[in-house]
Design a protein around this ligand. Sequence first.
Ligand code: UDP
Ligand code: MG
Length: 352
Amino acid sequence: MSDLHVPDDATAAPASGRSGELISILAPMYNEEQVIDLFFDRVDKVLQGLDVRIEFICVNDGSRDRTLEMLLDRAARDPRVIVVNFTRNFGKEAAMTAALDQANGHAVIPIDADLQDPPELIPQFIAKWREGYDVVYGIRGERNADTLGKRTTAGAFYELFNKLSDVKIPPNVGDYRLMDRKVVENIKLLHERNRFMKGIFAWVGGRSIGIPFVREARAAGSTKWNYWRLWNFAIEGITSFSATPLKVWSYLGLGVAVLGCAYAAFLIFRTVVGGVDVPGYASLMVAVLVLGGLQLLSLGFIGEYIGRLYMETKQRPAYLISEVVGGASLAELEQARPSATAAKASGPRGRA
Ligand code: UDP
Ligand code: MG
């Protein structure tokens, strides 16, 4: 069983066209009892014709339904399935980080468990990877399955992100992609706690190519992202990868100060020339309200960054694991993967 999960040279770049490479399918799962069976059935169908070895790293992100139970049941029957169980819900970005840390494959493929990312793309991913690409990502051609509101806000976010940040995220690209082991090792070098994975993926770079696909509707169950969560996700993405919102205030402040001085000069001139005027309530109010608003806004932005600085300085782990079930034993894994510090820090591992 162990030879299924521990490649003898897990960190070596795969030779082009070599069969028998190990591919890790990374699936974060939060309350996904309704889709788990559908997910494995459909992915398995795609994988059957491929000459690769497979491991599934399924992260149970603190589900409150039967997700864990169903995953453990599967791991007991299927040696390809490794279940990483979180102590609570840490969010999709943390779940993906954990899956990347646990993966042993020559290449990894993060995929949503709800089948919105069609598994039928996997053979194309692998083909491009064998051609020598480090990253093969899926481009969501049409997003008809998503609501109009979600599509427009997502579009606006990527435009803003790419204007503000030095690393550019290709628009309409999600987490669904294949990444070579080299890329995974590079991602593991980034230890930040605020894990905006799309930004991190873009930051590490690598020889990349995109494959268009149509994003489907969720197979079953419901989305875990409401607008408030998406808004926070957007703020996190921008503040993690750009300091522009922090710097813009000095320029805005300068602009307002120059205008204020000009206006003051005008008032003095008018008083000198035309004598004492009726006290200007309107201009006073405008100045107070505009300046007050700007100050609050800038304070808010500074607060966003200070909050994140505060979280980073705590040096807390991005996630905590209560157990890892299935796959190779701890000793075997650590031999194959000397950098397994995250697993060590995260608690005991079990075996089904
Ligand atoms: N997910 C997770 N933890 C969370 C929220 C979501 O692991 O806190 C997983 C979820 O189980 C799914 C994937 O992330 O496999 C995408 O979530 P969802 O489909 O709800 O997001 P959407 O596709 O609506 O953006
Ligand atoms: Mg989804």
